[in-house]
Design a protein around this ligand. Structure first.
Ligand code: TXA
Ligand code: MG
Length: 338
């Protein structure tokens, strides 16, 4: 495919789905909306397309990709589902849940997509545009979030454009996404493990399982990352981020949450409130877009008010902690991990 300086953006619809499928079939890279964040899609069976995808994102090749399929029937052809995995799939698919499972023997997903692991991450997205593309394409589509590696995930087509224009073949614009944080990732290998908090709150997952979810064991030096969280600054804006802000210094930008006023807010360079009424679902939908806007405001620091840890708050706080990690420290750490 011809990648020009400007990547075309097509509004979601019949023509965009046809163009997306044609692009994917030819090994192209197509960004499309899912209910969580925009994904950058490539044919999961096409190693050359996947190599281009890693290159376009500037992504370390050890970070494996999620295979998206249209339904459970398609998913069971790619990986082995135990009773736990079936229960979670029935409860939350289509939706913002990714399962990590043992790859099936004749799994058509290219080894490059799984970074050489013998497990595969699979998700059945709920977004109508993603589903139309998956249905028309027929096969699995690998799709990381459609941002440059290390940037915050895109929740609008304009975010995708600002990171990836000229590097990919097509952007399908389905408007702003609904959930706003990436899928929850549950590893179903022996005991179910929450590898990444995300769009399905932990309490909902645990209710469906009838048991508590374990947290991932700590990484040893030199082992492969299991989820993006292992690269601590995965979701970082360029402006330093200060968490648990109880007051604001002049020149700081404020990411607020809830109705309470913060002392010094009149001195803030810019203020955005994730949800003035303290609604965590609304806050998740605003999170990445507001981080981008505050990052572009040229403030010294982005100060962030505390966000409660329940419901989608666990995923929101996880992304905020990563946004606050010192980049230099993280680089030396991720080098050691390689
Ligand atoms: O909501 C989402 O999950 C979005 C949309 C586009 O579907 N996708 C997304 O993909 O967030 P990505 O690539 O940005 O993050 C998925 C993470 C990878 O970074 C990787 O660490 C983890 O899933 N992952 C993939 N395969 C894995 C595996 N076999 N074992 C453990 N973790 C895996
Ligand atoms: Mg990502």
């Amino acid at each position: 495919m011809n990648v020009g300086l400007k990547t075309p953006i097509m509004p979601a619809g019949v023509a965009a789905v046809a163009a997306a499928v044609q692009g994917l079939s030819q090994g192209g890279l197509v960004a499309f909306p899912t209910e969580t964040v925009y994904g950058l899609g490539a044919d999961a069976s096409n190693a050359r397309a996947i190599a281009r995808l890693y290159q376009a994102k500037g992504r370390p090749a050890f970070n494996p990709l999620i295979a998206h399929v249209v339904d459970l029937e398609a998913a069971v052809r790619l990986a082995r589902f135990d009773a736990t995995a079936i229960a979670l799939a029935r409860a939350f698919w289509p939706g913002p849940l990714t399962l990590v499972l043992p790859k099936s023997e004749n799994c058509p997903v290219a080894d490059l997509a799984t970074a050489g692991l013998d497990t595969l991450a699979i998700r059945v997205p709920a977004h109508a545009v993603a589903r139309d593309i998956l249905r028309a394409f027929g096969g699995a589509i690998v799709a990381p979030s459609a941002n440059l590696s290390g940037h915050v995930s895109p929740t609008t087509a304009a975010h995708v454009q600002s990171d990836l224009a000229g590097r990919i073949d097509l952007i399908v614009d389905g408007g702003p996404v609904e959930v706003g944080v990436e899928s929850s990732i549950v590893g179903c290998l022996d005991t179910p493990v929450l590898l990444r908090p995300g769009g399905v709150p932990r309490a909902d997952l645990e209710r469906a399982l009838g048991r508590a979810l374990q947290l991932p064991p700590d990484l040893h030096e030199g082992s492969l990352p299991r989820a993006p969280g292992m690269l601590a600054s995965h979701y970082a804006p360029r402006t330093p981020v200060r968490l648990h802000a109880a007051d604001i210094d002049s020149g700081e930008a404020l990411l607020a949450f809830g109705p309470a006023a913060v002392p010094g807010v009149d001195k803030a360079a810019m203020v955005l409130n994730l949800s003035a009424r303290g609604d965590l679902t609304e806050a998740a939908a605003h999170l990445f877009g507001y981080l981008r806007t505050l990052d572009a405001a040229g403030a010294r620091v982005i100060a962030v008010m505390p966000v409660p840890e329940h419901g989608l708050g666990e995923a929101i706080n996880d992304r905020l902690r990563r946004a606050a990690v010192d980049r230099h420290q993280d680089k030396s750490k991720s080098k050691r991990q390689r």
